[in-house]
Design a protein around this ligand. Sequence first.
Ligand code: FAD
Length: 401
Amino acid sequence: MRKPKIVILGAGYGGMMTATKLQKTSAYQDAEITLVNKHNYHYQTTWLHEPAAGTLHHDRTRMRIDSVIDTNKIKFIKDGVAEIKPDEKKVILEGGELDYDYLVIGLGSEPETFGIPGVQEHAFSIRSVNSVRLIREHIEYMFASYNNEEVKNEGYLTFIVAGAGFTGIEFVGELSERVPELCKEYDIDRDKVKIYSVEAAPTALPGFDEELVNYAVNLLESRGVEFLISTPIKEVTKDGVILADGEEIKSSTVVWTTGVRGNSVIEKSGFEAMRGRVKVDKDLRAPGYEDIFIIGDCALVINDEINRPYPPTAQIAMQQAKTCANNLKQLLAGKDNLETFTPDIKGTVASLGGKEAVGLVGSKKLYGQSASMMKKVIDNRYLFLLGGMPLLLKKGKFNMF
Ligand code: FAD
């Protein structure tokens, strides 16, 4: 008898965890499982601010997929997903096509530009190993170029981070730690370097506890970061940014971190979506499709307590992967009583570079080194869940103190 085909798109937090759960529960005996990803490696998106600033080598954030997944049990295809044809039960890849009985979409997110002119053309974004390698190289090139110009270009040493949300603050934290090192290496006076954190909302880290926000802002200001709060950016140009009031800040490096939208494949494939995210049913299936699960940043789940979507996080993607794998197992067993997905938010910790962080774990506020240690525990826990002790020992963060 032909085994049902399960196709998982994307080897991020959601896709990898779904695949490993199916592998661990021997689902491959009842189904032909295929994982598709555009690279042959998995990277931890939540660590990308570090290689972007150059405080961690990018190889520390990634691992070959076949070092975690047994490709004799789960087939791996390295290819880009171009489109999904849900009514034909087909996935169009850049290099071919696949049919499926059950599909899991875990293609992650793309930067949200809000239609602001120039973002696509002139700003960098923190979204993949390739994109952060470019940011790190570019920053170093700016430092290296400065003293080679007869007429000094201050824009080379001005770094603008658009968005003071979670990603923006984590990147600013790393960058402010790296700058003194770069100044030393390239013979540049620290006072010449400017780092701006520009935020349209009335506070940095919107939605975070006020005391934690104050701690983060004070710490980053003490490292020379200048916050421009309640300051929308009107346009990004090749020379910098133009603020809503018309003021221009000259900069050769604008890093765009104002939020994300679901992968463009979602809208291209005709799913009804809000900012590229599909409001999934309680069992994580796409409305109207009994054979398609959507997880991670492509899925939208409403927090009924405040009637607003949960922010897209790795924490939720991993929890969804567990529910998704359980539900696939049920379907393979011919049962239709599927599990309801209920997020269990354990807390949030934002790193601020070095041994500093802020966070809320349960109802406990954490600051400084204890928060930084907790952040590393969270990063290490993920590695353990994904690949057990061997992966943790190989890739873990053990510089706790
Ligand atoms: P991802 O993990 O992004 O994976 C998507 C995968 O799909 C990638 O492997 C990608 O290569 C692949 N892919 C994309 N498009 C295609 C295509 N067309 N074809 C084939 N493959 C494709 N969340 C937290 O919970 N805690 C944190 O501390 C935290 N910190 C963060 C810090 C930063 C700097 C950033 C950027 C994000 C952070 N997040 C954090 C958010 C978190 O990273 C995401 O919510 C999470 O990665 C979503 O998981 P995912 O599986 O949906 O997508």
